[in-house]
Design a protein around this ligand. Structure first.
Ligand code: HEM
Length: 511
């Protein structure tokens, strides 16, 4: 009886603490003077978001932020339950200051859910703060990871990615011959998982041929469970972050993650023991090599195995759904715009004869392909609500006061869909990017902004352009004849803008 009484008292004290913490956050929101909807008492802005989804459906989710801007002006606040207030802005001067000019005061991302803040994600480049554990903060990790993504390294990894693109093309042959309607998003997910499996996890993933591939099934389960609708631990962690460490081991997500970590540990140990034999050019090996050089140069201890594992996880999360979603949207847009697809096809056949092998330099420099790539990422940016930084000290920009601990987010889609920068913003028009046309670089930000922008941008660009060249060269993408919707149903899932029901198309062999 006494034990129950003590537990009850602890639970009540904890609830009172949480309520007080939220009340404090809301007071900071009021003090800043940035407009916002009144937050729900315990769930903050989740209350508004859920009401919005109930009223308009998940497909309207991508417009939630846009409508908040329309209602409140260039800045508004969101309260993510237990996390401190977040200012959302589409004021380019505020963005320039936070993400570029005053970056040293805004190095950290927003305060995150404990799932993403702990091992393995917490030490990855995606989440690590200015000061990280064991002498490896954001700058140190970025300086070890960045050299793996130079143009030179991309050329070295090109054959691995190209081989997978050709595999995709051969897998699609049967679909093109039968003319069946199929979900091309699913095929792109297999492609990008194979690529990340082979370049960041040291596996020989072949999910394009076999959907029972071990890495494919484990990674899909892992990424799929990383959602509050799928994981009870993530759901509870949103509301009561301190309870999360005590419940996580009861969630399937934790066990799937452990399996992937163990596989990666085996790969790392093999690489260390067989340094010569394992001289592969992939992200793991490039990071290990760069770290060795850094140890000598700066007289630092070696990066811990866990930090390397964290970053491989970061590459999986950052590089799998993002790139497949971008490919899926681009394919859908090309199917909807046959004139654009035909111009692109002409450019590709002029650059490569039927028997020519596609090479990195030519593919990367095709001018019309570049405009299609940019316009697709403008209209359908896959990562929309991840571009945020937390103030490490009090900062004032113009008349906006940002207290220490408050984060500033630049919702990518709201900037890309702002008619001030892009007239008729929902029209797909690659000529917006033809040579000589100027735009403020802050108005095209699918890969983020400033020193902390996407580390894998070149990797993604190579994978996207190469896949499109091989695909359009061989097949014509046609829309699903039974679908007459003018736009593809999309929603926001964690930080991604993504299709709700896949991307159904038909392929036709080009003679
Ligand atoms: C179309 C594909 C991709 C898109 C749209 C995308 C977009 C983004 C965005 C918006 C950010 C946040 C940037 C910021 O806060 O300013 C980011 C960060 C990051 N991305 Fe990507 N990404 C893509 C593919 C990739 C790939 C393929 C990799 C690696 C293989 C990768 C690795 C990373 C990493 C490591 C970060 C964190 C960088 C840091 O905090 O220093 N991304 N990405």
């Amino acid at each position: 009886m006494a034990v129950i009484g003590i537990l009850l008292a602890i639970a009540i004290a904890y609830l009172v603490h949480c309520a007080y913490e939220r009340w404090q956050h809301y007071q900071i929101g009021k003090k800043i003077g940035v407009p916002h909807d009144p937050p729900g008492f315990f769930l903050g802005s989740f209350t508004q978001v859920s009401a919005y989804v109930q009223k308009y459906g998940v497909e309207r989710m991508p417009f939630f932020h846009l409508e908040q801007f329309k209602k409140h002006g260039e800045n508004f606040i969101i309260f993510n339950a237990a996390i401190l207030a977040q200012i959302n802005t589409r004021n380019l001067e505020v963005i320039r200051n936070v993400f570029i000019k005053q970056f040293s005061k805004f190095v950290d991302r927003e305060d995150v859910h404990p799932f993403f803040g702990n091992f393995p994600m917490g030490e990855s480049l995606l989440q690590v703060g200015k000061t990280g554990p064991h002498d490896y903060g954001w700058k140190a990790i970025r300086s070890v990871a960045s050299p793996a993504f130079t143009t030179g390294k991309m050329k070295q990894m090109f054959p691995v990615i190209h081989e997978r693109c050709l595999k995709l093309i051969s897998v699609l042959k049967e679909k093109a011959t039968s003319g069946v309607v199929f979900d091309i998003y699913d095929e792109f997910q297999a492609l990008t998982l194979d690529v990340i499996g082979r370049t960041a996890f040291g596996t020989n993933a072949d999910s394009l041929s076999d959907r029972n591939d071990h890495f494919y099934t484990a990674s899909r389960k892992y990424v799929g469970s990383m959602d509050y609708r799928e994981s009870f631990a993530i759901k509870i962690g949103f509301i009561f972050p301190s309870i999360f460490p005590f419940i996580v081991a009861f969630d399937k997500l934790y066990w799937i993650q452990r399996g992937l970590i163990n596989d990666l540990r085996k790969v790392l140990s093999y690489r260390k023991q067989h340094a010569d034999e394992a001289r592969k050019v992939d992200l793991i090996q490039l990071m290990l090599k760069e770290d060795e050089e850094r140890q000598i140069r700066e007289n630092k201890p070696a990066m811990r195995e866990d930090t390397i594992i964290s970053n491989c996880f970061g590459f999986l999360i950052a590089g799998y759904e993002t790139t497949s979603t971008a490919l899926a949207y681009t394919s859908w847009l090309l199917a909807q715009h046959p004139e654009v697809q035909s111009t692109l096809h002409n450019e590709i056949v002029e650059a490569f004869d039927a028997e020519d092998e596609v090479d990195y330099d030519t593919a990367m420099k095709l001018p019309y392909l570049n405009t299609v790539y940019k316009e697709s990422l403008r209209l359908k940016p896959p990562v929309v609500t991840f571009c945020a930084r937390t103030a490490l000290e009090d900062v004032t920009i113009g008349d906006l006061h940002i207290p220490r601990g408050v984060s500033v987010s630049a919702p990518v889609h709201c900037i890309h869909w702002d008619e001030k920068h892009w007239p008729d913003p929902f029209k797909f028009d690659p000529t917006r990017f033809t040579d000589g046309k100027q735009h403020d670089p802050l108005t095209w930000i699918p890969f983020g902004i400033g020193p902390r922008m996407c580390a894998g941008m070149r990797f993604a660009e190579m994978e996207l352009k190469l896949t499109l060249v091989e695909l359009i060269r061989k097949y014509e993408i046609l829309p699903d004849p039974s679908n007459t919707d003018s736009d593809l149903k999309s929603t926001l899932s964690t930080v991604l803008l993504r299709p709700v029901d896949g991307v159904k198309v038909v392929l036709k062999n080009r003679s």
